[in-house]
Design a binder for this molecule. Structure first.
Ligand code: GLN
Length: 265
């Protein structure tokens, strides 16, 4: 009899935990999606390409956790707005399709706000200014500026604005070829091996690389194009975009944004 009562109590407790788990607005489990009626999400899945220091990259001292300017900023925004986040690593050019198909909810990946991307996603307010730089191997004395890229080969990150810029040069018949690669490290290898002559990539990322690995590449033009980064959400997801914008305004106001800036730059 007592045994049966105990069992009953255990079942009741499990039931209560399960119920409270579902209704807990701070739940940090996986996203719950109800067929038909939509349940308010409190955990958003963030998509990122985490090989892009200082914006998002693996922390070698901490079992590869993703850290960086973007990471701290979205965490501060999430805290301010009372939602939690989960991370999903993808190649950069897979991020927008993953957002559109609902695999992720927010792109946090040093993504430049462009007119073309605005056609398929909604961006938050810009959260930082960046821009494109042209870099060559440290020992390259042929390319001294953008005026010297005639007939040369570019290595760029696939799907990036740097790739779009290289495509533009190629369409103008200015450069010979463009090699598309998934990550910055692949680009550097192609420059070191001489397969590519130059790269076009985000200035802060190029500078961070040069700081980490001195003597490999050098910048010959640091203002090829000016850009701003935004967080992207699915088209029409106004609620989430407004939350991100409100959180961004608050963390700028309360000094958190400046602290994160000081930490990474
Ligand atoms: N800012 C560039 C873009 O949006 C590159 C971003 C990246 O590679 N993470 O295309």
């Amino acid at each position: 009899m007592t045994k049966r009562l105990n069992l009953l109590m255990v079942l009741v407790v499990i039931g209560l935990v399960a119920v409270s788990g579902c209704s807990d607005t701070q739940a940090n489990g996986t996203v719950t999606e109800d067929a038909g009626a939509s349940i308010a999400k409190t955990t958003y899945v963030i998509g990122t390409e985490p090989y892009f220091p200082p914006f998002e990259y693996a922390d070698e001292n901490n079992s590869g956790a993703i850290i960086g300017f973007d990471v701290d900023l979205i965490k501060a925004i999430a805290e301010d707005q009372g939602f939690s986040v989960e991370w999903k690593s993808l190649d950069f050019d897979a991020l927008i399709p993953a957002l559109q198909s609902g695999q992720i909810d927010i792109i946090v990946s040093g993504m430049t706000i462009t007119d073309e991307r605005e056609q398929s996603v909604d961006f938050s307010e810009p959260y930082i200014n960046a821009g494109l730089a042209l870099a060559v191997a440290e020992n390259n004395d042929q390319i001294k500026s953008v005026d010297d890229i005639q007939g040369k080969v570019a290595a760029v990150q696939q799907g990036s604005t740097g790739a779009a810029k290289a495509d533009e040069f190629k369409a103008q018949g200015l450069i010979e070829d463009v090699i598309y690669l998934p990550h910055v490290n692949d680009i550097i290898m192609n420059i070191q091996s001489g397969r590519a002559d130059f790269t076009i990539n985000d200035l802060p990322v190029t500078l961070a690389y040069m700081n980490e690995q001195p003597g490999v590449i050098k910048i010959v033009d640091d203002q090829l194009q000016s850009e701003s980064y935004g967080f992207a959400v699915r088209e029409g997801n106004t609620e989430l975009r407004e939350m991100i914008n409100a959180g961004l305004a608050n963390v700028k106001e309360n000094g958190t944004y400046d602290e994160i800036m000081d930490k990474y730059f």
